[in-house]
Design a protein around this ligand. Structure first.
Ligand code: GUN
Ligand code: FE
Length: 453
């Protein structure tokens, strides 16, 4: 990775969401970025310092003009990196069959480090190009291949949490794809945490380790307890799947006699920053546990359509004070774009609110008060994700690191057609969420460095 640039400026119309449900617009403004990648100042045209700041940066050739909009970088809270070759296919069976038929055989191939290098290079480049400046990744059980993913994030300059997947239960995991024992899984996880933290190219902790029990069925009690202890002793973030589908939720209730959330709490895995993917079936007491721990939910609306048997009650969770961000859940979700996840979050919330079975009376069909707005979805994709992880990202203001995405509306052949006289800022946001594609994303910055563009 190249040197951090010195002080520089980026100009454009800034769209971000400091509060749930509100879009902040700062037209033709100037973001001043320090050599540490932090945002030093945001100067608007009406500010006294605007002209001098701009002239000074231009004179020193330290200005990048964005032809369009500057948004905070997107935070994808849930990605299965090894499933990248499976993106867009194999969604014809329920979760448990999908794991055994398609996903475990694919993930087992990452015993081959050469295979992992090719896939992970392509994945990280694609996610950055789609505007994902921070990704929370599951790797595979293999420590060496998962270390390659860490190297790739550092090499391409993506902010990330990465976990070696821990799965040792002989009943839920095939012999060809699992940790051979709880002790071995713990040893490999501890070595992985050390690898990330001591990495020569990671002085700024751009990549952090995550402790990653796959989900309750795949882990023995011994492994879950050991990972809880490791989380406490290393202070590493935890990520896992929680109450995803009827089957997964029921499995936890049957084995432990309590909900997944309560089990994770019991094993010391529900901590500040723990990312619980899906969590579709969580109860009100589960939400209280999550809030008390300072943990978060990765809402994965598209994947949930295929596997979850339900829509995540995002309004209820947000009202309870749960940290909620968005996840693509590649490749349970078939799109790599967190803008798509934002569009889907809005769409499925409407399905939950209205219901879907036309044979029922309208007032019996749905769950009143379930819809989220586009501004809410944008907040979850940026600010909410940053808050979930406890990182100073997701907003464009002093005190935050400069992770940002430039969206330009004039790219040839675009579907993003903006009519400045007709489209309000809120309209523009909706159009971006629905119609942006890779080509419209003309610049991406992580930690102050331009990584795409
Ligand atoms: N539960 C356990 N493993 C997985 C996975 O890879 N994807 C999803 N969506 N759910 C899971
Ligand atoms: Fe997942």
């Amino acid at each position: 990775m190249s040197e951090q640039p010195g002080v520089h400026g980026i100009s454009g119309t800034i769209l971000d969401a400091p509060e749930l449900g509100t879009l902040r617009v700062r037209a033709n403004s100037l973001v001043v970025v320090g050599s540490d990648g932090a945002i030093a100042d945001v100067v608007e045209p009406h500010d006294a310092a605007y002209a001098t700041t701009r002239d000074d940066l231009e004179r020193r050739s330290r200005m990048v003009e964005v032809a369009g909009y500057l948004l905070p970088g997107l935070v994808d809270l849930h990605v299965h990196a090894p499933q990248w070759p499976q993106l867009g296919k194999a969604l014809d069976v329920p979760l448990e069959d999908w794991l055994n038929r398609y996903t475990f055989p694919l993930e087992a191939r990452y015993v081959d480090v050469g295979f992992s290098a090719g896939v992970y290079r392509s994945l990280v480049a694609a996610l950055l190009a789609n505007g994902t400046t921070t990704a929370v990744y599951f790797g595979t059980v293999h420590r060496p291949a998962t270390q390659v993913l860490v190297d790739e994030c550092l090499d391409q300059g993506q902010r990330a949490f990465v976990g070696k997947v821990a799965m040792d239960h002989p009943e839920a995991c095939p012999d060809y794809y699992r940790d051979q024992s709880a002790a071995q899984a713990l040893e490999e996880t501890a070595r992985f945490v050390e690898y990330v933290r001591r990495h020569d190219d990671n002085e700024r902790s751009l990549v952090q380790p995550a402790i990653t029990p796959r989900f309750l069925p795949s882990c023995t009690d011994e492994l879950l307890a050991g990972l809880g202890e490791l989380a406490a002793s290393t202070s590493a973030l935890v990520q896992t799947h929680c109450s995803e589908s009827d089957w997964a939720h029921q499995y936890g209730l049957t084995r432990f006699g309590r909900t997944d959330t309560a089990s994770y709490a019991e094993f010391g895995l529900l901590r500040r920053g723990t990312v619980l993917a899906h969590s579709n079936f969580i109860s009100d007491p589960d939400m209280d546990l999550i809030v008390d721990a300072g943990a978060a939910v990765a809402h994965c609306p598209r994947s949930n359509v295929f596997f979850a048997n339900a829509v995540f009650p995002v309004v209820r969770a947000l009202a309870a004070g749960v940290h909620v961000g968005l996840g693509t859940d590649i490749a349970g979700g078939p799109s790599p774009s967190l803008f798509d996840a934002a569009a889907d979050a809005v769409a499925v919330s409407r399905l939950l609110e209205d219901g879907v079975h036309a044979g029922l009376a309208a007032e019996q069909r749905g769950v009143a008060g379930s819809r989220v707005s586009f501004a809410d979805a944008f907040w979850m994709a940026t600010t909410g994700g940053g808050q979930a992880l406890g990182l100073p990202i997701g907003l464009i203001e002093p005190g935050y690191q400069l992770d940002a995405v430039a969206v330009s509306p004039d790219v040839p052949g675009t579907n993003l057609d903006i009519w400045p006289d007709d489209d309000s800022a809120d309209d523009v946001l909706q159009k971006i969420i629905h119609n942006v594609s890779r080509a419209d994303i003309t610049g991406v910055w992580v930690d102050g460095r331009m990584v795409v563009g």
